[in-house]
Design a protein around this ligand. Sequence first.
Ligand code: ATP
Ligand code: MG
Length: 642
Amino acid sequence: MKRERKLDKMVITSEAQYKEAYKKSVEDPQAFWAGIAENFQWHKKWDRVLSYDWSVPETKWFEGGKLNITENCLDRHLKERGQQTAIIWEPNDPGDDVRKITYAELHEYVCRFANVLKDNGIGKGDRVCIYMPMLIELTVAVLACARVGAIHSVVFAGFSARSLATRINDSQCKMLITADGGFRGTKNIPLKEIADEALDHCPSVENVIIYKNTGQSIEWVSERDHWWHLETRNASPEFTAEVMDAEDPLFILYTSGSTGNPKGMVHSCAGYMVYTTYTFKNVFQYKDGDIYWCTADIGWITGHSYIIYGPLAAGATTLMFEGIPSYPDNGRFWEVCAKHKVTHFYTAPTAIRALEKHPVSLVEKHDLSGLKVLGSVGEPINREAWMWYSKHIGKDKCPVVDTWWQTETGGILISSLAGVTRQKATFATLPMPGIQAILLDNEGKELKSDTAEGTLAIKYPWPSIARTIYGDHDRYKKVYFSAFKDHYFPGDGALKDEEGNYRITGRVDDVVIVSGHNLGTAPIENAINEHEMVVESAVVGYPHPIKGNALYAYVITYSNTEEANQKLEDEIKGLVARTIGAIAKPEEIQFVPGLPKTRSGKIMRRILRKVASGECENLGDTSTLLNPDIVNEIISGKVNTN
Ligand code: ATP
Ligand code: MG
């Protein structure tokens, strides 16, 4: 049991321990992180824990260290937990067979596929694009890349051919791994067909490996295309992991693109491993025998860090779900929780808000008594969604961890530790050990008072910070290190209460200046969402001849009659005036059937801004939207602002 105890050593189990760990992490960060890194399997220990210069900017952790992350996620567990389930796979269709794979089987599968990669000319440093549905094979492909030292770039399997091609070309991928098709609810997405279309514009791709999933017919390009099952059939189940330098890149992942063009964030091997494992164990307080389910797609950072790497390095049982929350009905999440006796459930506010609209009987008919911890990630969680989640899903007994972080940060930066540190509804609460978060005013001066509201910044490196934007270090510097000297700038605003708890208020560029007052749109949305008839809302600014800018609110309600909406309009304005002030009252309110969202469920505000400003002809790229049709519906119901 030696190794397991090793990992458990890093777990914080009381508030006092948290304080102690935090203090040590600030007073002597290098000793602190060296102590955590000791718990992993290295070929060679590091020479230097940290060196950095954020004027370059450059950050290096565990330099001189040698390792392979897959040995930490797989080989290390074989002796003690080889027969333990590593991944539970729940199919799109609840009638289909569940798959379970043990650590020993996963190890063997990854080794086989690593041999396939090698036989197809993939080695250390090559970029491999993975465009696959949520199947165990997606995890296998990711880990096999890491095992041979190739850099994976996972592209969410809901993206269009154009989005896929842009991402493949940006990082010049040599190989694409995909499937014939993918099931999502009632849909069957023709992945190979989309990939073929993309590859017409991607000369760097030499080979394509296709996993047979749906069995639908596909076009075949001989020489280039290879079946997964034929390639793996005779591959050896052994593969000696490539020994990587601590700072070698592990993967590239594109941000969700809600504010601009997606950025190919580059994460490196050692720091990422150490930080995701540390935060997984501490935030979720996962114990042996627990069943952990994160509903994110592996196409996003949450899936990378908290479905694959963090949980597997910690020796957890992690659940992967192929489908969507509304299929076959809106109780699917709860059905899956009951079916697999899920103990840890981690999802996004957008999903909670969508599900809370439906009768609670859809929740109540499932046995959720196994749940111990609930998590939220992706956007600020409004009070109503928090309360509903805590009451109906957590039965008021499960701690809710609101985890604030980004693709760029690799792991969770601010969150409570489930059941260990205090929670406060709508607050992400305290920074993780090692995270020196501060609030700055508009001039970049630190706000030192006990309670404050400003722009969030981090003043010291943590191990899993992205090292660059692939092929564009200048942009990396400009976006993250130029706003405030020697600070990492995440682009989010926050406020702090007297106990040091942080509440993320939204993106700082979501600020509208109305009659000379800076108004964040997130708190206004929160106020609107408090109304019991409101499902969700989005507030943006548009040019106004007198006020400079005025506020335009898009609101989804439970009612559909014009009469009811008329009444609601006044009530919403009154509610905002009471909660924030008359200045924040929306000038216009449009009731809409839905909001344009990115594939990760975030509202695409740049489109709403354009519509509110009357620039409906020039909306930019809408192909990455989850629901492109909604845009026309919104335009046709637009309130005249000109
Ligand atoms: P892009 O950077 O391309 O615009 P994105 O920021 O949506 O895309 P992600 O890295 O997936 O891409 O999302 C990170 C952002 O999500 C954070 O900067 C923050 O605005 C928001 N966020 C994530 N978790 C939370 C949370 N718990 N509370 C509040 N906001 C959150
Ligand atoms: Mg971002």
